[in-house]
Every structure is written in structure tokens, then in C-alpha cells.
Design a protein around this ligand. Structure first.
Ligand code: AN0
Ligand code: CP
Length: 325
């Protein structure tokens, strides 16, 4: 594996899930693979889980880890070509990338959507520059449009919960209100991975929040949230800003703050004793009530714990490939 961005990069899902359990049973089994190899994690945005779980996964595999917070101590980086750099950005990504790459064997990138220029964000401009100019394996740690390490961890968590049941689970991705404009990376990847998994997948959101067809595919969209939640086995809540699919000029805007979409006991009551999921960080009172997130049906902590496992599978696969280069 040279890049980890989309669900196709992981190959067969059942094989990946089996590999995740193998690693979970013995996290240090592949410690020899990373000896004298260095992972560089580059953050353009904040993180708690990704920062810690990725570092832990790399250490489990015997790697050394370097972490760079671009906005805290490094030179401010220009990302676009053809500009006169007379502003506050002292260095161009086109020099910084090969320099950073010269110190490492593998790169993880976190770079959120700017939410102002849809084409720039959806072209994954920053991530693609890392792939093109580093010459190293690159994985997304949430980029402009995707968060595959999260979606893979979510799938591992659902697989663990659903074991020994014959029917396909009903999984509902529901939009929920938030006070700030958030990216679409988490719902995009979640939709992409659920479409590839053996589940009955439904997406619900207010009108105008339609996700990009590249990710949502032919998933069932139900605009009535309560109807969508009926009989759900898993409820995956997330806020996202307008993806600009039906109305490009609304890209990145907040179109609704409708608090009737906040997941509370009344929402969970229509599900099939459904489990509550969220990638975290979550704002209580907006996305979900205290009671729901603290309930025995809440999976938010196991999801976060499985980030170490999803990342271990990805880094292991990249290290295995490196022998060929
Ligand atoms: C980010 C988002 O919604 O994409 C990160 C989630 C993992 N959340 C915030 O910025 C609050
Ligand atoms: N879920 C997730 O990626 O969290 P962080 O933003 O804290 O890394």
C-alpha cells in the first residue's frame, strides 16, 4: 500500500477486519517491521485522537516518530503555485515537502478543508502535493474530503458489536446541529466505507446537506430523521457544513441549526436498541445529549480506542510494501 485515502486502498474488507483483530490480539506482533524506519506526522490542524493513536500504532510497529505542527513553530507554508509570496507565508510547500520527506520513510498528513473553495478542497490539493513531491508512502489523517482512519476504526467497532448475528445491521448516518462550519471529511469517508461494507445504510440530513455523489453513491437518503432512525442498529451522528452539491455558492456554509436534530433519548427510542456512535470531539447539547453519550449503548470510547488498531493495519501494510521499493 503506497497511499491510504479511499476504501479501495484497503482491499478486501473482511481480510482487513480479520487483520485488525489479529493486531488487536497481539499489538506488538509486527514490531520488527518498523525497525529503523521513521514516520513523520504533519498537522495543519488540531488533533487529540489522531495524534496519539497514530503515534502509538507506529511505536507498536517499532517505528520512530517525528511530529510537526505546521502552525506552531514551523514557517507558515504557502500551498498554491504561482503566487508572489509577499504575505505572512515564508516557505512554499514545494520545497518543504521534499525537505520533510528526506528525514522520514512514511508520511501522515492532517489538512482540513478551507471550506471556501470547493474545487480546491475536493481536488485534495495539499494531500496530492505530498503524494507527488515526497516520493514516500502517504496516508490521510483527515484531509480536505476524507478521514479513512476514522471510518476504518468505526467499521472495526461495528464489526465487533455485530458478531454472531446473521442479518445485515441497519446503519444510519445522521446530520446533527453545530455552532461552527465543519468539514465533510468524516461523513464522506463513513458513507464510502459503509457502501463498501455489508450493511443496510441510510443517510439523513436537512435539505441542502446532500453529500458528494463520489462518496454517498447510491445510499438511501431519507430527509425525515425520525423515519430514518426507525429500527436502526447503529446511529452515527455528525455535523457537516453544506457540501455545495445542489447549490455550489452555499459550499461550507451553515444552512441549519435545527436543534430538533440533536440526538436525544426520544431519537434513540425509535431505534432497534441502537448503538450511538460519533468520531469525537463532540459538543454535548448540540450533537447529542449527556444521557445518550453516557448511556450503555454509546460506543464513542471503543471507536476512539480502535483508531490505534485501524492505523496499525495501515502502517503495517505500508511497511510490508516498502520492502518492494
Ligand atoms: C473535525 C471535523 O468535523 O472534521 C474533526 C473531526 C475528527 N471536528 C472539528 O473541527 C470540531
Ligand atoms: N476523531 C478524530 O480524528 O479526532 P482528533 O481530531 O482529535 O484527531
Amino acid at each position: 500500500m503506497r497511499t491510504f485515502i479511499n476504501v479501495e486502498d484497503i482491499g478486501d474488507i473482511r481480510t482487513a477486519l480479520a487483520e485488525a483483530q489479529e493486531i488487536k490480539n497481539d499489538r506488538f506482533k509486527y514490531q520488527h517491521l518498523g525497525k529503523n524506519k521513521t514516520l513523520m506526522m504533519i498537522f495543519f490542524n488540531n488533533s487529540l485522537r489522531t495524534r496519539l493513536s497514530t503515534q502509538k500504532a507506529a511505536m507498536n510497529l517499532g517505528m520512530n516518530v517525528i511530529v510537526l505542527d505546521v502552525n506552531a513553530g514551523a514557517w507558515k507554508l504557502e500551498t498554491e503555485r504561482g503566487v508572489i509570496m509577499d504575505g505572512d507565508k515564508s516557505e512554499h510547500l514545494l520545497e518543504a515537502i521534499p525537505v520533510m520527506a528526506s528525514y522520514c520513510d512514511m508520511i501522515g498528513v492532517r489538512s482540513f478543508a478551507g471550506l471556501t473553495d470547493r474545487d480546491y478542497d475536493y481536488a485534495e490539493t495539499v494531500l496530492n502535493q505530498f503524494i507527488r513531491y515526497s516520493g514516500k508512502p502517504v496516508f490521510a489523517m483527515e484531509t480536505a474530503t476524507v478521514h479513512p482512519l476514522q471510518a476504518f476504526a468505526d467499521l472495526i467497532t461495528m464489526d465487533e458489536q455485530w458478531q454472531n448475528r446473521n442479518a445485515r445491521p441497519k446503519v444510519v448516518l445522521t446530520w446533527a446541529p453545530h455552532c461552527r462550519a465543519l468539514p465533510q471529511a468524516v461523513p464522506n469517508s463513513f458513507a464510502q466505507w459503509m457502501n463498501a461494507a455489508d450493511v443496510d445504510f441510510v443517510v439523513t440530513h436537512p435539505e441542502g446537506y446532500e453529500l458528494d455523489p463520489k462518496f454517498v453513491g447510491n445510499a438511501r437518503v431519507e430527509y425525515n430523521q425520525m423515519k430514518a432512525l426507525e429500527g436502526a442498529d447503529f446511529v452515527y451522528a455528525k455535523n457537516w457544513s453544506c457540501p455545495g452539491v445542489t447549490c455550489p455558492e452555499d459550499y461550507g456554509k451553515i444552512l441549519s441549526k435545527d436543534m430538533s436534530w440533536t440526538i436525544d433519548d426520544a431519537h434513540m427510542a425509535v431505534t432497534n436498541n441502537g448503538k450511538f456512535m460519533h468520531c469525537l470531539p463532540v459538543r454535548r447539547g448540540l450533537i447529542v445529549t449527556d444521557d445518550v453519550i453516557e448511556s450503555k449503548n454509546s460506543l464513542v470510547i471503543p471507536e476512539a480506542a480502535n483508531r490505534e488498531i485501524s492505523c496499525s493495519v495501515v502502517i503495517k501494510r505500508m511497511l510490508e510494501c516498502m520492502k518492494d521499493f
